[in-house]
Design a binder for this molecule. Structure first.
Ligand code: GAL
Length: 364
């Protein structure tokens, strides 16, 4: 058991630091006090958003005088559980985890709890354990709602006669968020499927039938190619629900290989998430992917850093949702941020003027 003395020391250090005028956002930073190390483990460096998440948290923790042990697990769930155990063994003060496979973390988190180490579930909810203290994330159901609405709006389902052909893709079955994205989108799309205005020629509409292990671009591409061959012959595909930009890019590749992307055979309406540069460029160009969903990782990092810092000082972090996220064992105290839809009309203002990307990054 970690002693009370170290907690008091942490609290005193934090007080001294705040007296010195240190702030997460603040420019005036006093000589950093030794606040201890925060262990952070994130899914992968292969998707840029996680790299930004990691960089932002590291920077903000350092401003508060902490050091960080930031690790990526490259989508290997067992390796991530090992990382957590190692962090516990190394005596981190707190853990921030965006889990690849939450339930696989169970033993590692039991070890953290035995050492009194607070755990924050970051972006993705860790399910099946009591040993997770807080959850910081975006409204993931809303992500799906934005994607579903984009399809409804772009196909003008309110007035157009249809029917239109749609295919569904969902995210990784081991990521709790993936069901939230899918359920959010289906809350908008299902009534139009029931009325017959949207037709799934593949007949696949259950999460388990349309999910994509690891959100892999290649898997999405292969599945899309197969759907075209099997169900589309000369029939046009009008829309594809894709939960994530990486997958949307793979889906777009398969569609282009299948002859889509010409005046005679335009690309269907495709959705996405995570404002990946290649997707933003497609959206800016028009045709095919029409939107993506922006989760401002700078804001999420701020929330997680503040939560951690407050917990270590013995304070109660503010939350704004205590109902939606049940991890199978308990309802989580959650801080939810709002995701923002990005399309051709606003990407410049939100992403470039907002300082997330430079204009050069999005050009060419
Ligand atoms: C989700 C996350 C998304 C996306 C995806 C793939 O859990 O909420 O924003 O990054 O994982 O990494």
């Amino acid at each position: 058991m970690r002693g009370t003395i170290s907690k008091i020391a942490i609290a005193m250090g934090a007080l001294m630091l705040s007296a010195a005028g240190c702030a997460v956002d603040g420019a005036a930073v006093a000589e950093p006090a030794a606040q201890g190390t925060i262990g952070i483990t994130l899914p992968t460096t292969a998707r840029p958003r996680w790299v930004k998440d990691g960089d932002n948290m590291k920077k903000q923790f350092e401003l508060l005088g902490y050091t960080t042990d930031l690790k990526y697990a490259e989508d290997d769930a067992a390796a991530q559980a090992d990382q957590v155990e190692e962090m516990v063994d190394n005596g981190v003060e707190a853990l921030i985890i965006a889990a690849i496979d939450g339930p696989l973390m169970k033993d590692a988190l039991e070890k953290a709890a035995a050492d009194d180490i607070p755990v924050i579930s970051y972006d993705r909810l860790i399910r099946g354990t009591p040993n997770v203290d807080y959850y910081a994330t975006f409204d993931n159901f809303r992500v799906g709602v934005l994607q579903g609405k984009a399809i409804v709006d772009r196909l003008k389902l309110a007035t157009a006669k249809g029917p239109f052909n749609l295919e569904l893709f969902a995210g990784s079955p081991t990521d709790n968020n993936a069901t939230f994205f899918f359920n959010g989108a289906m809350s908008v799309l299902r009534p139009h499927i029931s009325s017959g205005k949207l037709v799934l020629r593949s007949g696949k509409h259950e999460f388990a039938d349309v999910s994509t292990v690891g959100y892999e671009r290649k898997l999405a591409q292969t599945r899309m190619a197969g759907l075209l061959t099997k169900h589309y012959g000369s029939a046009p595909l009008h829309a594809v629900l894709s939960p994530l930009d990486r997958m949307s890019l793979g889906i777009t590749d398969a569609l282009k290989a299948g002859g889509y992307g010409t005046a005679a055979k335009p690309l269907p309406v495709i959705t996405g998430q995570d404002v990946e540069v290649d997707s933003v460029k497609l959206i800016a160009g028009g045709g095919g992917q029409v939107q993506t969903v922006f989760k401002d990782t700078r804001e999420l990092a701020k929330v997680a850093v503040r939560m951690t810092d407050m917990l270590l000082r013995g304070e109660t972090p503010p939350v704004n949702d205590t109902e939606q996220y049940h991890n199978g064992v308990k309802v989580m105290s959650t801080f939810l941020l709002q995701p923002v839809e990005v399309d051709k009309s606003n990407y410049q203002r939100i992403l470039v003027d907002g300082g997330y990307y430079t204009a050069e990054q999005l050009s060419g």
